[in-house]
Write a new protein. Structure first.
Length: 224
Protein backbone atom coordinates (compact mmCIF):
# COMPACT_ATOMS: atom_id res chain seq x y z
CA UNK A 1 0.00 0.00 0.00
CA UNK A 2 1.13 3.56 -0.60
CA UNK A 3 -0.30 7.01 -0.13
CA UNK A 4 0.13 9.02 -3.28
CA UNK A 5 -0.68 12.59 -4.12
CA UNK A 6 -4.13 13.25 -5.58
CA UNK A 7 -2.49 15.55 -8.11
CA UNK A 8 -2.25 18.91 -6.36
CA UNK A 9 0.84 21.05 -7.03
CA UNK A 10 2.36 20.57 -3.57
CA UNK A 11 1.22 16.99 -2.96
CA UNK A 12 3.70 15.09 -5.10
CA UNK A 13 5.13 12.52 -2.66
CA UNK A 14 4.25 8.89 -2.22
CA UNK A 15 5.43 6.59 0.55
CA UNK A 16 5.34 2.90 1.24
CA UNK A 17 4.30 1.96 4.76
CA UNK A 18 7.90 1.38 5.79
CA UNK A 19 9.34 4.51 4.17
CA UNK A 20 6.64 6.68 5.68
CA UNK A 21 7.26 5.30 9.16
CA UNK A 22 11.03 5.69 8.83
CA UNK A 23 10.66 9.28 7.59
CA UNK A 24 8.40 10.18 10.51
CA UNK A 25 10.61 8.57 13.16
CA UNK A 26 13.92 9.81 11.76
CA UNK A 27 13.00 13.30 10.62
CA UNK A 28 9.62 14.54 11.84
CA UNK A 29 9.53 13.43 15.49
CA UNK A 30 12.88 15.12 16.36
CA UNK A 31 11.55 18.57 15.42
CA UNK A 32 8.27 18.25 17.35
CA UNK A 33 7.25 18.34 21.00
CA UNK A 34 5.55 15.21 22.42
CA UNK A 35 2.06 16.70 22.10
CA UNK A 36 2.83 17.89 18.57
CA UNK A 37 3.91 14.36 17.64
CA UNK A 38 0.62 12.94 18.93
CA UNK A 39 -1.45 15.54 17.09
CA UNK A 40 0.50 15.15 13.85
CA UNK A 41 0.13 11.36 13.88
CA UNK A 42 -3.59 11.67 14.64
CA UNK A 43 -4.19 14.10 11.77
CA UNK A 44 -2.01 12.02 9.45
CA UNK A 45 -4.11 8.99 10.37
CA UNK A 46 -7.37 10.85 9.63
CA UNK A 47 -6.13 12.28 6.33
CA UNK A 48 -3.52 10.44 4.27
CA UNK A 49 -3.85 7.06 5.97
CA UNK A 50 -7.65 7.04 5.80
CA UNK A 51 -8.57 8.89 2.62
CA UNK A 52 -5.24 9.11 0.71
CA UNK A 53 -5.80 12.86 0.83
CA UNK A 54 -4.13 15.67 2.74
CA UNK A 55 -7.33 17.21 4.05
CA UNK A 56 -9.26 16.47 7.20
CA UNK A 57 -11.89 18.53 9.03
CA UNK A 58 -12.04 18.08 12.78
CA UNK A 59 -12.72 20.24 15.85
CA UNK A 60 -10.11 21.03 18.47
CA UNK A 61 -12.16 19.43 21.23
CA UNK A 62 -12.38 16.25 19.17
CA UNK A 63 -8.58 16.34 18.78
CA UNK A 64 -8.17 16.84 22.54
CA UNK A 65 -10.38 13.83 23.27
CA UNK A 66 -8.26 11.62 21.01
CA UNK A 67 -4.80 12.76 22.12
CA UNK A 68 -4.83 10.70 25.32
CA UNK A 69 -3.15 11.87 28.51
CA UNK A 70 0.10 13.68 29.18
CA UNK A 71 2.97 12.67 31.45
CA UNK A 72 1.02 13.76 34.54
CA UNK A 73 -2.14 11.93 33.50
CA UNK A 74 -3.92 15.12 32.44
CA UNK A 75 -6.05 15.20 29.30
CA UNK A 76 -5.28 17.80 26.66
CA UNK A 77 -7.63 20.79 26.66
CA UNK A 78 -8.79 23.28 24.03
CA UNK A 79 -6.04 25.76 24.87
CA UNK A 80 -3.30 23.12 24.65
CA UNK A 81 -4.61 21.85 21.32
CA UNK A 82 -4.67 25.41 19.97
CA UNK A 83 -1.02 25.81 21.00
CA UNK A 84 -0.09 22.47 19.43
CA UNK A 85 -1.84 23.29 16.14
CA UNK A 86 -0.09 26.66 16.06
CA UNK A 87 3.24 24.90 16.60
CA UNK A 88 2.57 22.38 13.82
CA UNK A 89 1.57 25.17 11.44
CA UNK A 90 4.70 27.16 12.35
CA UNK A 91 6.85 24.09 11.60
CA UNK A 92 4.98 23.66 8.31
CA UNK A 93 3.62 20.25 9.25
CA UNK A 94 0.14 21.38 8.26
CA UNK A 95 -1.86 24.27 6.89
CA UNK A 96 -4.94 25.60 8.69
CA UNK A 97 -8.02 26.32 6.61
CA UNK A 98 -11.52 27.55 7.32
CA UNK A 99 -13.59 26.67 10.37
CA UNK A 100 -17.22 25.55 10.28
CA UNK A 101 -19.58 23.92 12.78
CA UNK A 102 -17.99 20.61 11.79
CA UNK A 103 -14.53 21.74 12.74
CA UNK A 104 -11.41 23.26 11.18
CA UNK A 105 -10.01 22.10 7.85
CA UNK A 106 -6.37 20.99 7.99
CA UNK A 107 -4.06 20.12 5.09
CA UNK A 108 -1.57 17.66 6.57
CA UNK A 109 1.93 17.59 5.10
CA UNK A 110 3.82 14.39 4.37
CA UNK A 111 7.38 14.26 5.77
CA UNK A 112 9.01 15.15 2.42
CA UNK A 113 6.85 18.28 2.22
CA UNK A 114 7.85 19.65 5.62
CA UNK A 115 10.46 22.35 5.04
CA UNK A 116 12.50 21.54 8.14
CA UNK A 117 12.69 17.91 7.02
CA UNK A 118 13.05 18.27 3.26
CA UNK A 119 15.58 21.09 3.32
CA UNK A 120 17.31 21.39 6.69
CA UNK A 121 19.35 24.51 7.36
CA UNK A 122 22.99 23.54 6.90
CA UNK A 123 23.97 26.12 9.52
CA UNK A 124 21.90 24.36 12.18
CA UNK A 125 23.34 21.46 14.15
CA UNK A 126 21.19 18.45 13.24
CA UNK A 127 22.15 16.83 16.54
CA UNK A 128 22.10 19.47 19.31
CA UNK A 129 24.16 18.74 22.43
CA UNK A 130 22.54 16.38 24.91
CA UNK A 131 22.80 18.48 28.06
CA UNK A 132 20.49 16.19 30.05
CA UNK A 133 21.96 12.80 29.18
CA UNK A 134 25.64 13.42 28.44
CA UNK A 135 27.70 12.90 31.66
CA UNK A 136 30.32 15.49 30.73
CA UNK A 137 27.73 18.14 29.92
CA UNK A 138 25.82 17.33 33.11
CA UNK A 139 28.99 17.94 35.12
CA UNK A 140 29.44 21.21 33.25
CA UNK A 141 25.99 22.33 34.42
CA UNK A 142 26.67 21.16 37.98
CA UNK A 143 29.84 23.28 37.93
CA UNK A 144 27.93 26.24 36.55
CA UNK A 145 25.59 26.03 39.55
CA UNK A 146 28.47 25.67 41.99
CA UNK A 147 27.50 22.06 42.83
CA UNK A 148 24.57 23.39 44.85
CA UNK A 149 20.89 22.53 44.72
CA UNK A 150 19.17 25.54 43.17
CA UNK A 151 16.08 24.98 45.33
CA UNK A 152 17.39 24.36 48.84
CA UNK A 153 21.02 25.49 48.58
CA UNK A 154 22.51 22.21 49.84
CA UNK A 155 25.80 21.04 48.38
CA UNK A 156 25.60 18.07 46.02
CA UNK A 157 28.15 15.54 44.88
CA UNK A 158 28.72 13.47 41.77
CA UNK A 159 26.56 10.78 43.32
CA UNK A 160 23.71 12.96 44.63
CA UNK A 161 23.41 15.67 41.98
CA UNK A 162 20.47 15.58 39.55
CA UNK A 163 19.23 17.89 36.82
CA UNK A 164 15.70 19.30 36.96
CA UNK A 165 13.76 20.79 34.06
CA UNK A 166 12.65 24.18 35.42
CA UNK A 167 9.82 24.16 32.88
CA UNK A 168 8.80 20.48 33.08
CA UNK A 169 9.17 18.18 30.09
CA UNK A 170 5.45 17.38 30.31
CA UNK A 171 4.89 21.09 29.62
CA UNK A 172 7.27 20.98 26.64
CA UNK A 173 10.25 22.26 28.65
CA UNK A 174 13.45 21.76 26.61
CA UNK A 175 16.67 20.06 27.75
CA UNK A 176 18.71 23.22 27.29
CA UNK A 177 21.20 24.77 29.72
CA UNK A 178 18.79 27.66 30.34
CA UNK A 179 16.01 25.27 31.43
CA UNK A 180 18.13 22.80 33.43
CA UNK A 181 18.86 23.37 37.14
CA UNK A 182 21.07 21.45 39.52
CA UNK A 183 18.91 19.85 42.22
CA UNK A 184 19.40 17.44 45.08
CA UNK A 185 17.49 14.19 44.79
CA UNK A 186 14.88 15.20 47.38
CA UNK A 187 14.05 18.57 45.81
CA UNK A 188 13.91 17.03 42.35
CA UNK A 189 11.52 14.38 43.65
CA UNK A 190 9.28 17.04 45.19
CA UNK A 191 9.22 19.25 42.10
CA UNK A 192 8.83 16.33 39.66
CA UNK A 193 6.55 17.38 36.78
CA UNK A 194 5.24 20.52 38.51
CA UNK A 195 5.89 24.08 37.46
CA UNK A 196 7.99 26.12 39.87
CA UNK A 197 4.90 28.02 40.99
CA UNK A 198 3.16 24.73 41.85
CA UNK A 199 6.20 23.24 43.56
CA UNK A 200 7.42 26.30 45.51
CA UNK A 201 5.13 25.84 48.58
CA UNK A 202 6.11 22.18 48.85
CA UNK A 203 9.82 22.95 48.45
CA UNK A 204 9.65 25.68 51.11
CA UNK A 205 7.75 23.43 53.52
CA UNK A 206 10.32 20.68 53.09
CA UNK A 207 13.18 23.15 53.59
CA UNK A 208 11.62 24.40 56.84
CA UNK A 209 11.21 20.84 58.11
CA UNK A 210 14.82 20.00 57.32
CA UNK A 211 16.07 23.13 59.11
CA UNK A 212 13.92 22.37 62.14
CA UNK A 213 15.33 18.84 62.34
CA UNK A 214 18.89 20.17 62.07
CA UNK A 215 18.19 22.77 64.76
CA UNK A 216 16.69 20.15 67.04
CA UNK A 217 19.65 17.84 66.51
CA UNK A 218 22.07 20.69 67.28
CA UNK A 219 20.23 21.48 70.53
CA UNK A 220 20.39 17.81 71.56
CA UNK A 221 24.14 17.79 70.99
CA UNK A 222 24.54 20.97 73.04
CA UNK A 223 22.60 19.52 75.98
CA UNK A 224 24.78 16.46 75.97
Amino acid sequence: MCWASPGGPSMTSSFSDEKLLVAIVDHVIPILTPYEVSAYLLLLRLSWLTNADAHVRIGKRAIANRLGTGARGDKANFEQVSKVIKGLAHKRCLEVGDTTVEGTLYAVKLPSEIVDVAAPDSTTDAHPPDWFGDPDRRRELFGRDGWQCQYCGDSVTEGSATLDHFVPQCQDGPSTPENLRTACFLCNSIKAGKSYEEAAPLLLANLRQRRMRLSSAAEDCTRR
